[in-house]
Design a protein around this ligand. Structure first.
Ligand code: CO
Ligand code: CO
Length: 343
């Protein structure tokens, strides 16, 4: 890397207002707007906008459907290579969360080329290409525009067996809930922006965010999972709510069983670590979440942590939960649809 260029350039995260999936439009606002749209009916569309699933599925034949998803965001870290890698893992994740196999990717790039220079742009793409290579997914094109605020992501196309999709509506009463990556990356990225995170903690968060959900997805399918989604900008509570609501069930969560990155408890004790995105999730989640009084405040923030490239929440028959790599943190049960009880 050209160090001179890097030194002269502003920090990547200083150019963005939100960071990573934390810059999503608030779920409540988005759902209200989408509810007013007249969406065309098409019987080839197996999964569309209405169920809040991770990706769309379009039937091509009886045993083959196309999966399509797009994800892009502002820099979550200053290291351009890591930003690209995280953005790629995050975009691919929505295909894995459906139980699909990624096929190809297109890049979406907004970048102030004159201000930041080509080296940084190349590093972002290098990071993305390495992760796409790991996922055996060729980058086949893209689109880029000049923009003072950098943004990067991918539109990913994949394939799926329509009879084995991990959709939000599939959860069943008694399913165990497994989370396949620890939470806390939102708080770490937020504090890193303030320059208040030890380098090894940030490195661990980057590693978690760059990790593909491929193995988790394959294990979930193998274990006969009924539903899955990935944890991103709406936090664990927001994404779990979608599964519970669409499955017509409620969720019981054991706060202390939710895996968390080391050092995050200390970060979440500080106001500064709670991003605007996390606050909006917490506010929205309060409309469907009941916390037992003994759940610590930092764990409440953790469950709302606006996450980038998080793990999968998998709803799986309880006796097969150990086949999914991760931690069992709760169950789906009969009760008011979409309500989450946290104890
Ligand atoms: Co998703
Ligand atoms: Co997405």
């Amino acid at each position: 890397m050209n160090t001179t260029t890097t030194m002269a350039s502003p920090r990547l995260t200083s150019l963005s207002r939100g960071a990573g999936c934390g810059c999503k439009i608030p779920a409540a606002d988005l759902h209200a707007l989408l509810g007013e749209l007249k969406l065309p009916r098409d019987e080839r569309v197996l999964v569309g906008i209405d169920t809040g699933d991770d990706a769309a599925a379009i039937r091509l034949s009886d045993d083959l459907a196309l999966v399509q998803t797009v994800d892009f965001f502002t820099p979550i870290v200053d290291d351009p290579y890591a930003f690209g890698a995280i953005a790629a893992a995050n975009a691919l994740s929505d295909v894995y969360a459906m139980g699909g196999t990624p096929l190809s990717a297109l890049s979406i790039l907004a970048f102030p080329l004159e201000r930041l220079g080509g080296e940084i742009l190349k590093s972002i793409l290098d990071g993305a290409l390495d992760v796409l290579g790991e996922a055996q997914t060729p980058l086949v094109g893209g689109h880029s525009i000049e923009d003072p605020e950098p943004k990067f992501g991918l539109a990913v196309t994949g394939t799926i067996d329509p009879g084995h999709m991990l959709v939000n509506t599939g959860g069943r009463d008694g399913d165990a809930l497994v989370l396949t990556k620890p939470l806390g990356t939102g708080a770490i990225a937020t504090m890193a922006k303030h320059g208040e995170v030890p380098p090894e903690l940030l490195a661990r968060a980057v590693e978690v965010m760059s990790t593909l959900n491929r193995t988790a997805s394959a294990c979930a399918l193998q274990a006969g999972a009924h539903a899955a989604t990935d944890v991103t900008g709406f936090g664990l509570l927001g994404h779990l709510h979608a599964i519970a609501r669409e499955s017509g069930l409620c969720a019981q969560v054991r706060a202390e069983a939710v895996p968390v990155l080391p050092g995050v408890e200390q970060l979440l004790a500080r106001e500064q670590a709670i991003s605007g995105g996390t606050r909006r999730v917490a506010e929205w989640a309060a409309t469907f979440t009941n916390f037992s009084p003994d759940v610590a405040q930092w764990r409440r923030w953790l469950l709302a942590d606006a996450t980038t490239s998080g793990g999968l929440i998998v709803a799986v028959p309880a006796d097969r939960a150990s086949e999914v790599p991760g931690h069992v943190f709760g169950t789906l049960t009969g009760g008011p649809a979409g309500i989450i009880d946290v104890g």
